[in-house]
Design a protein around this ligand. Structure first.
Ligand code: SF4
Length: 414
């Protein structure tokens, strides 16, 4: 039985990882306990955007690595603790039965060696599945430099795995996380991606990461601009089939002369989530969203900023424009665009119709016409001023409702 002191250390040490958001997986209950299927494993977030509802714990915080930004790094004099696979498995079951959690997010510092640590993580998950018949959701962290065999074994039992990129360039990794490298993170990601693709193509009965992979990047600990981060994100979605990339604003938890003294603003993180949404759902490319060596504008969301840079595409006529063009109109979301396509089969759409479809007209009116009518401002400077003012009001309202920009940062939906 794990004691309270160790439990406190191990759960405290895990809380900075935001790559654990879960939305269920294809693991059905086949006669055991729990259920990770569909919405069976729901999740919620604390006001600062961290995921709660899973038991989120480290196997150990006793790290042999020395990542400068990490409160568990080896050169810090902090209380250290480790748990055994049996202890973690029993704790998960115990919490599950008490209805405290729906699943497990299991991570670890690199204790002794990557293989030693990965072997213990995998053993925990196997215990839960094989000995206790636990079918609940499990998110397992991958340990860089562990053997491919161990990584694959873990993926057969976990729903989701993640290798955190943390820093968006090899240069910053060398400087701030010297024991890690781009290759040590991307290689296992690729292994998992290829194996998962093969399992699915062959329609194999055994499960292999049904909920896929995610990763996390720290924003603002190193100098890479948003344009570079968005390009890396795009490449991870395209080449590794990632389900999500999470962004975590840098917070100076531990001091180091190589790191900034001040936290990175949450607004920058929020803009990256919005850019991410454009990549995944609205057909934008990273190249369209931001120049490689620039940050995203803070005063406007990236879709509005793109529309202002590309006036040649506007206004679009809602009664004729294809879905792809509608999705690029600021204020028209994915669901509204679908509704427009459906509704215009039966009637000529007006601004009244658009309002009912929840199109955000205070933004959209500058970029579209309905039946030839246009109600927006024509001058780019005026549009920018109106959009920026609207953005400020929205942020203020959001802050009062959700005590932080956390709600919108959950999705980045535009
Ligand atoms: S590997 Fe790096 S980030 Fe992970 S626990 Fe160790 S020091 Fe922290």
């Amino acid at each position: 039985m794990i004691d309270e002191a160790r439990l406190k250390i191990l759960t405290e040490g895990a809380k900075y990882d935001v790559s654990c958001s879960s939305s269920g997986s294809g693991r059905k209950n086949e006669g055991g306990i729990g259920n990770g299927f569909a919405a069976g494993c729901c999740h919620s977030f604390t006001p600062d955007g961290r995921c709660i509802s899973l038991l989120k714990i480290l196997m150990s915080n006793d790290c042999v690595y020395n990542c400068k930004y990490c409160p568990n790094r080896c050169d810090l004099d902090i209380p250290r603790a480790s748990a055994t696979p049996e202890e973690i498995a029993e704790l998960t079951l115990d919490f599950y039965k008490r209805n405290y959690i729906e699943g497990l997010f299991l991570s670890s510092a690199v204790e002794k060696s990557p293989n030693y640590t990965m072997e213990r993580l995998v053993r925990t998950v196997k215990l839960l599945r094989n000995r206790y018949g636990f079918y609940g959701y499990i998110h397992l962290k991958g340990i860089p430099r562990a053997d491919g065999e161990l990584v694959r074994e873990g993926a057969k039992y976990a729903d989701r795995m993640s290798y955190n990129i943390e820093l968006p360039s090899e240069r910053s990794l060398k400087l701030l996380a010297p024991q890690k490298s781009k290759e040590s993170l991307l290689l296992p990601m690729r292994t998992l991606f290829e194996e998962r693709t093969a399992f699915r193509a062959e329609k194999r009965k055994e499960r292999f990461l049904p909920a896929g992979q995610t990763t996390q990047m720290i924003v603002g600990a190193s100098p890479e601009p948003d344009g570079q981060i968005v390009r890396l994100t795009q490449s991870l979605y395209r080449t590794m089939g990632l389900k999500r990339v999470y962004y975590s604003s840098y917070v100076p938890i531990v001091h180091d002369s190589l790191l900034p003294d001040l936290p990175a603003g949450q607004l920058r993180e929020h803009r990256l989530y919005q850019a991410d949404w454009l990549l995944r759902f609205y057909g934008f490319t990273a190249e369209e969203i931001a120049p490689e060596n620039e940050n995203l504008p803070l005063d406007l969301d990236p879709k509005c900023a793109w529309a202002l840079r590309n006036p040649q595409f506007f206004p679009v006529e809602v009664n004729r424009a294809p879905l792809e063009a509608l999705l690029r109109v600021p204020g028209v979301g994915g669901r509204s665009a679908q509704k427009i396509i459906e509704a215009r089969k039966y009637t000529a759409l007006t601004f009244e119709h658009l309002k009912k479809m929840r199109v955000v007209l205070k933004r959209a009116r500058h970029f579209l016409t309905a039946g030839g009518k246009f109600y927006g401002a024509k001058d780019e400077r005026e549009i920018r001023a109106l959009l920026t003012a609207g953005e400020r009001n929205d942020s203020a309202r959001q802050l009062s409702l959700f005590s932080g920009a956390a709600y919108a940062a959950l999705t980045g939906e535009l």
